[in-house]
Design a protein around this ligand. Sequence first.
Ligand SMILES: *Cc1c(COP(=O)(O)O)cnc(C)c1O
Length: 443
Amino acid sequence: MRNSDLLQRSLNAVWHPCTQMKQHANQDAGALPLIPIARGRGAWLYDFDGKRYLDGISSWWVNLFGHCNPRINAALREQLEELEHVILAGCTHRPVVELSERLSALTGGALGHCFYASDGASATEIALKMSFHSWRNRGFEQKCDFLCLAGSYHGETVGALAVTDVALFKDAYAPLLRPAATVPTPDARQAGDGETPADVARRAAAALERHLELHHASLAALIVEPLIQCASGMAMYDPEYLRLARTLCDRYDVHLICDEIAVGCGRTGTFFAHEQAGIKPDFLCLSKGISGGYLPLSIVLTSDAVYGAFYDDATARGFLHSHSYTGNALACRAALATLDIFAADKVLEANKARACKLATALAPLAQHAQVKHLRQRGMIIAFDVATADPVFSRRFYRAALDREALVRPIGNTVYLMPPYIVSDEEIAHLGKAVEGALADTLE
Ligand SMILES: *Cc1c(COP(=O)(O)O)cnc(C)c1O
């Protein structure tokens, strides 16, 4: 098979996500190529014509330990011979029990109840519904509103989109949504002269306090992406914001939902991003990397207090939410194999050196006249490009592909978010590809 054998068939039959499909057909400066992928090994993807691409974005932030990882493959083969899936209403199985126990232990036991779904947006929906319903069960029926940060992203189903603040994804559907209020983001790029990121965080927290003061009686929860708002352009902020938000949510009886779908699983340096603030949320949403990038899986972890608000003789006071593939055994087994790798390879420790290499690889760009806000936390490094080119992101994407790298800017923000198995040479390759693609694109 050749690339050309699949290209037209895909354009005819597959509606690709987050894509204006006409751009795949275009040949102009704004064209977006479609790459047929034949196989993956480690950090590399291979097309049918023998070209290779280093996966600099972990295939939309999901892949942690490379493609076709031998250890995850072996665990899945074993699981396939035991149990592929069973209804989780009324049945249970070993992978879902072990995964729940291990994730709870990773929260220090603070979030000891795991609810399962298949994708990130569903995890957001579950956290919102659970928060609202737990208040209602406790007699606070008026607590039915949600609060999110400017520039937030929590998924694109109708409920999750209501707490997402990305105009391009949201505006067309505004008439369908029950919009949440937004408060200012603590994005450290907003620092004025002499201001530290912690100062920006305190400023944003003061705005949060003003909002809570006025609206806490009708608010069920504040939802945040801890430390990094990834989808709106890798906006990084100081952990001080999370500390203050936790204190304020406690003071005003509002739940704190930490959406760690992107930043969890070691991405920011600690296993959970909220650990860096020394806080515990009321709800923790996980997905993306948790299954190693193998199978759709999401989990909402919550506390005894929330769980207790549903535990009752009345069926209707239970959390009657479900998805057909809830707690899928194969997906849970992939997640267990992923957690095994974290432990066996001391991944968080090893990533410290990897993060330093990433910093070194992009360091030369700090001098570039059009590069602004070069920033990093753990295994995410990003910068903004000062250009008026409306098709910058697609031109950069093509230029990176020409240099054997899969790097998809978000607007004018270029970032790397590689799997945790990239070697020093592969990091250097990514650095050179980014530098070269930037030169090609801006010339
Ligand atoms: C990706 C993402 C989601 C949505 O997850 P899907 O699996 O794409 O529905 C929600 N929140 C954050 C922070 C994400 O990065």
